[in-house]
Design a protein around this ligand. Structure first.
Ligand SMILES: [Zn+2]
Ligand SMILES: [Zn+2]
Length: 344
């Protein structure tokens, strides 16, 4: 099989590898398509994200959909040729976090494409059966690949317990921000404000449910938020930009008293300034979100029922031997890219 392998920062090489065979509790998936994530681009360019350092050579890629090619002897409930969504976390299954349903916090998690775990910019991959979720007929593999960034916003929105008629702010309108916009809409928000620095992303956010959008390079976001929802602010605010300290003021100026803030974007900095008096006076609750757990089945139902349109996030498609080109495009925010997709 072919694999697009990072051999050193900025250099990806096509290699041939043997197709692996599944162990008793594993599933061999023929990868159909894989989304390019900002973290992939970061590994590609700099060889690390935070304290995860790539020991080359390695495959990146973790936003995947594929077809069941072979089943381990102990695996039941799947059919050969079936389309599945591939959850990137392979977890131990027996630690306290796993046993209490918080498997996103398993200390032994092996996350696809995060060093030293191989990713899925390759034609076949072995998953533990619990990472594979069958998808009903008629759903496109490309949309299924977008479930991985979608569930990040899904998990964050669910944690805030929003109520119908609430108001929401989403900072950043890339894939995870778009996911938050969708979730705010599905939870019945009547006002959804989306902020970004790119107009084309804001246009997509408006299509997916944002009622008000602002390009933050053109006007002051705090003024804008106050004009839209008044001085009282929003009920839920989602940080999905990774802009870190640059957005701290917006995030704490935005929520109403007793409002909630969810931090999903990954900042480059080690410290995130807290405007303590703003947070204290308003009794703001701040949630941190580490990846996701228990989201795929419901997210698949939303996708299959047409409640979310994830195919529209994909603006560019590349074959496997052009992964580097996809990385450059995404990394340079070129050509109005929202999501680049690798298709096998
Ligand atoms: Zn991702
Ligand atoms: Zn565990």
């Amino acid at each position: 099989m072919r694999a697009a392998v990072l051999v050193k920062p900025g250099q990806i090489q096509m290699q041939t590898r043997p197709v692996p065979s599944p162990g008793p509790d594993e599933v061999l998936v023929r990868i159909s398509c894989v989304g390019v994530c900002a973290s992939d681009v970061h590994y590609y360019r700099y060889g690390q994200v935070g304290d995860h350092i790539v020991e080359v050579p390695q495959c990146l890629g973790h936003e995947g959909a594929g077809f069941i090619e072979a089943l381990g002897s102990e695996v039941h409930g799947f059919e050969l040729g079936q389309l599945v969504a591939c959850e990137p976390s392979r977890v131990c299954g027996w630690c306290t976090q796993c046993r209490t349903g918080h498997y996103n916090l398993c200390p032994d998690v092996k996350f696809l494409g995060t060093p030293p775990v191989e990713g899925i910019f390759q034609e076949y991959y072995l998953f533990h059966f619990s990472q594979c979720f069958p998808v009903p007929a008629g759903v496109s593999p490309a949309g299924v690949a977008m479930l991985e960034p979608f569930v990040s916003g899904f998990c964050a929105a669910r944690a805030l317990h929003p109520e119908p008629g609430h108001t929401a702010l989403v900072v950043g309108a890339a894939a995870i921000g778009l996911s938050c916009v969708n979730m705010a809409r599905l939870y019945g928000a009547t006002t959804i404000i989306a902020l970004d620095k790119f107009d084309h992303r804001l246009a997509l956010a408006a299509q997916q449910g944002a009622t008000h959008t602002l390009n933050v390079t053109k006007a002051d976001p705090v003024d804008f938020i106050r004009r839209v929802v008044g001085k009282q602010g929003v009920d839920c605010a989602y940080e999905a930009s990774g802009a870190g300290p640059a957005v701290a003021e917006v995030l704490l100026a935005a929520p109403t008293s007793n409002g909630k803030v969810s931090l999903i974007g990954i900042p480059r900095e080690d410290r995130f300034p807290l405007l303590i008096h703003e947070a204290r006076h308003k009794s703001v609750t701040i949630h941190n979100v580490r990846r996701f757990a228990n989201c795929y089945p419901a997210a698949i139902r939303l996708l299959a029922a047409g409640k979310i349109d994830l195919d529209s996030w994909i603006t560019h498609r590349f074959p496997l031997d052009r992964v580097a080109e996809a990385m450059e495009l995404a990394g340079n925010y070129a050509d109005n890219v929202v999501k680049a997709l690798i298709e096998m």
